[in-house]
Design a binder for this molecule. Structure first.
Ligand code: NAD
Length: 252
């Protein structure tokens, strides 16, 4: 409980907070992460299923994995950790969520500034004519075929997610850097910090000695430089911290 109080006090004293999130924050919404036991990589080898060159070669493999993930995402709801981040924005403390997730749950929870480093599963593009599709349109196509193609030009359709070996959207990356450099507290939730270049971003705050709180089930490479590390489930821990912060009692 001492760590919760320390975290609550730190949050209470700051007003330019940025959150950096990964797949772990959505696990309690029913979407598995990639690397934990039972995660997607146990079933799908990333070099076959999530590399851009593999997508071009075997689009049917990618769509098999993506359709499974998309089905889970479409039935998922924001969990208490997503909602606690929206609460922090409503309190005027949280300036931005920088996420590696593609599940749109931060926006659905109510966060207004969400920087999606790895794109989104909500939309897709034709790789030939760049026509845009929303998720529902793609789901309709997938009812008839294994690999959806553009009705206009027969080009391959790909969700607007960043696959391995694809560049990150440059404008989003720059905005994320700016948010981190201007922040007065960074809260990292549910990420193994092992997918680069996204995973390098949180270390930027060390230039300004900005404090860092980490909430994750297992240790991360940033733990040694963080002010507070709490290991466990973010859907339980983070709302509890916000609750402690909102109580009138002195949290020392
Ligand atoms: P990761 O799978 O590498 O790591 C997830 C981390 O979350 C692990 O360290 C794990 O211990 C922790 N974790 C698991 N359950 C947790 C919980 N309930 N509470 C707190 N922590 C928990 O995920 P990553 O670091 O985000 O990187 C993998 C890539 O996977 C990202 O690029 C992301 O785009 C993609 N991805 C996204 C989704 C999604 O959108 N929900 C799902 C799977 C993968």
């Amino acid at each position: 409980m001492k760590l919760y109080k320390q975290a609550a006090n730190l949050i209470k004293s700051k007003s330019k907070i940025v959150a950096f999130t990964g797949a772990g924050i959505s696990v309690e919404s029913g979407i598995p992460d990639f690397r934990s036991p039972g995660g997607l990589w146990e079933k799908y080898n990333p070099t076959e299923y999530a590399e851009y060159s593999a997508f071009l070669k075997w689009p049917e493999k990618f769509w098999k994995m993506h359709s499974e993930l998309a089905e889970l995402v479409s039935s998922a709801e924001p969990n208490p950790a997503h909602i606690a981040l929206a609460t922090l924005e409503n309190l005027g403390k949280l300036k931005a969520v920088i996420t590696q997730n593609i599940d749109f749950l931060h926006q659905r929870a109510g966060n207004s500034r969400v920087l999606e480093l790895h794109g989104t599963g909500e939309t897709a593009s034709c790789l030939s004519c760049q026509k845009q599709f929303d998720r529902v349109m793609v789901e309709e196509l997938l009812k008839k075929v294994q690999v959806p193609r553009c009705p206009d030009c027969e080009g391959l359709i790909k969700p607007n997610v960043v696959l391995f070996s694809e560049p990150l959207p440059a404008n989003v990356f720059e905005e994320a850097k700016q948010e981190l450099l201007e922040s007065d507290l960074l809260i990292v939730i549910g990420t193994s910090l092992s997918v680069f270049p996204a995973a390098a971003l949180p270390s930027l705050v060390s230039f300004n000695n900005t404090p860092v709180i980490i909430i994750n089930e297992e240790p991360t490479s940033l733990d040694s430089s963080a002010s507070i590390v709490i290991n466990g489930k973010s859907g339980e821990i983070f709302p509890q911290i916000i609750k402690v912060m909102n109580t009138d009692e002195e949290t020392n």
